[in-house]
Every structure is written in structure tokens, then in C-alpha cells.
Design a protein around this ligand. Structure first.
Ligand code: NAD
Length: 359
């Protein structure tokens, strides 16, 4: 039976980059037997303008019914003054929590052709291929109580709560162990167990599960050391699993190791591997409408969708290979351009990937 993909282009460069990813999906449908149906809906600032809410009920309904969601990006300066409850970015939080997308997969893969774009020396990053699994729906970003209160002597105090239940730790840890089994069988759990009781529990729970995955080598690391190791010797990592806030920060460090934000996809999965797939970057209002945005992160998000939700690993591999081919040809959008390449725009890059898929 056909699987349903909901396409949510969003704001800024979102529609431009998603259009190229849709071309890739259409090519897989037409020429490689991919059995999917696509529907489009509004999300983000554009949805607020059209329907009064960044995540309209119709979009949420379609998202619930879909097997997978492909999202471009949301947000932009024109919506920054809105009440926080209806800002475009709220749509992302809404989709994640309403669909229980608790497992955020952020690969950091450095294409050899782009090793020079990293801020680290090529010998430190060449061949980097790691995956950060970030817990996405719990921890300090959601814990109660939270707020700003006024103390007796009139001084204000801000407070947040870092909470994790055993069941929340177990489900994200299992998700990470399974991913490690599909990769190099190494899992590093990152915490601050020497200072924070909630992450001491995190460490215990992850350790307790290790015997269920005897083929995965489990290690633990404090978050400050993990940040250091990511820039010292990132290739020591295969899969890393961590809390919401630590993952937020560490995955951005890992992203920068690869040189361009325009190359990195991500996935957010529920317990049944239904997922929302999106590039890690935002709506890039500074370049929106100019036809220069790099569509490769969005196209690589389609590859992740094929791998993790649609169970089509061979087609995922085809996309990865096609992206490698266009980089080998020297094609570069401005964000990854260096003097030996050929500068191309969004549409030309998408067309080149489709051509490379066919050949
Ligand atoms: P951004 O990721 O949009 O842009 C940061 C820089 O990277 C910009 O210079 C931009 O031009 C460049 N860039 C990003 N994607 C690119 C691509 N595909 N090709 C070439 N260059 C690219 O981050 P920002 O500027 O901090 O945020 C802009 C808006 O996006 C804000 O409204 C923010 O809230 C929103 N945002 C949305 C998401 C999301 O939808 N998931 C994520 C982050 C930020």
C-alpha cells in the first residue's frame, strides 16, 4: 500500500529547497518504483498569515495521518513581533509534541569533497560520519515548574526544571542502541552524572539496557568532555545519545565540523519510526527568493526518510551516492563554494541530483 508523505514547505527558503526534494521523490516514483503519495499543507508564518495559526488544525490532521513529513523551514523577521504562542517556530514544537516525536537524529557527515570547508583541519574531520540522538520532548525545555518569580526581597529569579522519567530515558536509549546496531555498533551516552541527579538516573538506565544489545559497545561521557572531544577527535564517535538540552548544543557543534549548515539533514521519530524530516538550518531570510539556497540538506532528509520510515535503504543509498556525484562534478551552491568549484543555484543543484540518480 502507498505510504503518505506530507510536504510542509514553510517560510523563507523552505519552498525553494523543498521543491528540489520533491523533484527527487518524483524521480524515485517514476523510475525506481517508490510507492508514495504526496500532499502539501501550510505551516509556520505563511500558515499564520493565511489561517491565523502557525500549525492549523488541517495541517496537524494531515500530519497525524501521514507516514512521514518533509518540512522545509519556518520563521522570518516579519513574524518576530507576534505573541510567542503563535510564532512560526511554535509549529515545530506543536508537531513534535502532538506526534510524540521524541527521538531526534542529527547526523554529522563530512563529504570528502568538502573537507576544506570545515573549521577543523582536514585530517581531523575527513571521513567523519557520526549520529547524535537527542531526546526531544522532555528534559529541561519542558520540565515544570518553570518561570520567573519575585523573591521576598524583591529580586527576580528565573528557574527551570530538569526532569526525566525512567520510561523516557529507556525509549530514547533503545532508539539509539538500535541505530548503533545499524551503524558501527558503538554508542556513547552523554550526561552530567557527577553533578545532576536526573542524569545520574539517565546513566543508570542506559547502562541497565546494555545487556539487551550485546553487539553494541556502550560508553559514557560527561557533556563538557564530549564538547571538547567533538572538536579534538570527532571521529572517535559513532552514535551519541543525550538529553534534550545537551543534544541541542552538541549537535550544533557537530554540524559546524562539517563546514556547511546547508548539507545537514535531520529526523524526528516516534516509537513506531514515523518521522518528520527536515534540514537542520532555518528559513534563511537573508537569501530567500534569490535561488541560491543549498537544497542538499533537504534532499538528504529524503534519504533519511527512506532509511528510517519508509524502509527503502537501497533508494536512500542512491540519493547519498547521487549527492556525492554532484559534489564530485564540482557543483557548489554559494555556501559550499570554493575556487575550484562551479557555482550553481538551488534549481541547478536539484536538477543535477535528479540527473545523477538516473545515471
Ligand atoms: P538559518 O539557519 O536560517 O541561517 C543561518 C545562516 O545560514 C544564514 O546566513 C543563512 O543564509 C545560511 N543558510 C541556512 N540555510 C542555508 C542553505 N540551505 N543554503 C545556504 N545557506 C544557508 O538561521 P537564522 O538566521 O538564525 O534563522 C532564520 C529564521 O529561521 C528565524 O526565524 C529562525 O527562528 C528560523 N529557524 C527555523 C528553523 C526550522 O524551521 N527548523 C531552525 C532554525 C531557525
Amino acid at each position: 500500500m502507498s505510504k503518505n508523505i506530507l510536504i510542509l514547505p514553510g517560510d523563507g527558503i523552505g519552498p525553494e529547497i523543498v521543491a528540489e526534494a520533491v523533484k527527487v521523490i518524483e524521480c524515485l516514483q517514476a523510475e525506481f518504483g517508490l510507492d508514495v503519495m504526496m500532499e502539501h499543507a501550510d505551516v509556520g508564518g505563511g500558515a499564520y498569515d493565511a489561517h491565523g495559526h502557525p500549525l492549523p488544525d488541517t495541517t496537524l490532521g494531515l500530519a497525524r495521518a501521514a507516514d512521514a513529513i518533509l518540512l522545509g523551514a519556518v520563521g522570518g523577521p516579519q513574524w518576530e513581533g507576534l505573541d510567542i504562542a503563535v510564532r512560526p517556530e511554535r509549529a515545530l514544537l506543536g508537531l513534535r509534541s502532538e506526534l510524540a516525536l521524541f527521538s531526534n537524529l542529527r547526523p554529522a557527515v563530512l563529504f570528502d569533497q568538502l573537507a576544506g570547508a570545515s573549521s577543523l583541519r582536514p585530517e581531523i574531520v575527513a571521513g567523519l560520519d557520526m549520529m547524535i540522538v537527542r531526546e526531544l520532548t522532555g528534559g529541561i525545555y519542558f520540565g515544570q515548574p518553570r518561570g520567573v518569580r519575585t523573591l521576598e526581597h524583591g529580586e527576580r529569579q528565573g528557574f527551570n526544571t530538569l526532569v526525566y522519567k525512567e520510561s523516557e530515558i529507556e525509549r530514547i536509549a533503545r532508539s539509539a542502541f538500535v541505530i548503533a546496531q545499524k551503524r558501527a555498533h558503538k554508542l556513547c551516552s552523554v550526561d552530567k552524572a557527577n553533578v545532576l541527579e536526573s542524569t545520574e538516573l539517565w546513566r543508570q538506565c542506559v547502562s541497565d539496557l546494555a545487556s539487551d544489545y550485546p553487539d553494541v559497545e556502550l560508553s559514557h561521557m560527561y557533556v563538557d568532555n564530549a564538547a571538547m572531544q567533538l572538536v579534538r577527535a570527532p571521529k572517535q564517535f559513532d552514535v551519541m545519545v543525550t538529553t534534550n538540552m545537551f543534544g541541542d548544543i552538541l549537535s550544533d557543534i557537530a554540524a559546524m565540523l562539517t563546514g556547511s549548515i546547508g548539507m545537514l539533514p535531520s529526523a524526528s521519530l516516534d516509537a513506531e519510526a514515523k518521522g518528520m524530516y527536515e534540514p537542520i538550518h532555518g528559513s534563511a531570510p537573508d537569501i530567500a527568493g534569490q535561488g541560491v539556497a543549498n537544497p542538499l540538506a533537504t534532499i538528504l532528509s529524503v534519504a533519511m526518510m527512506l532509511r528510517y520510515t519508509l524502509s527503502e535503504p537501497a533508494l536512500a543509498e542512491r540519493i547519498d551516492v547521487a549527492v556525492g556525484k554532484v559534489l564530485d562534478q564540482g557543483l557548489r551552491t554559494p555556501d559550499i563554494y570554493s575556487q575550484d568549484g562551479t557555482r550553481v543555484g538551488t534549481v541547478a543543484m536539484g536538477d543535477a541530483v535528479v540527473l545523477a540518480l538516473r545515471t
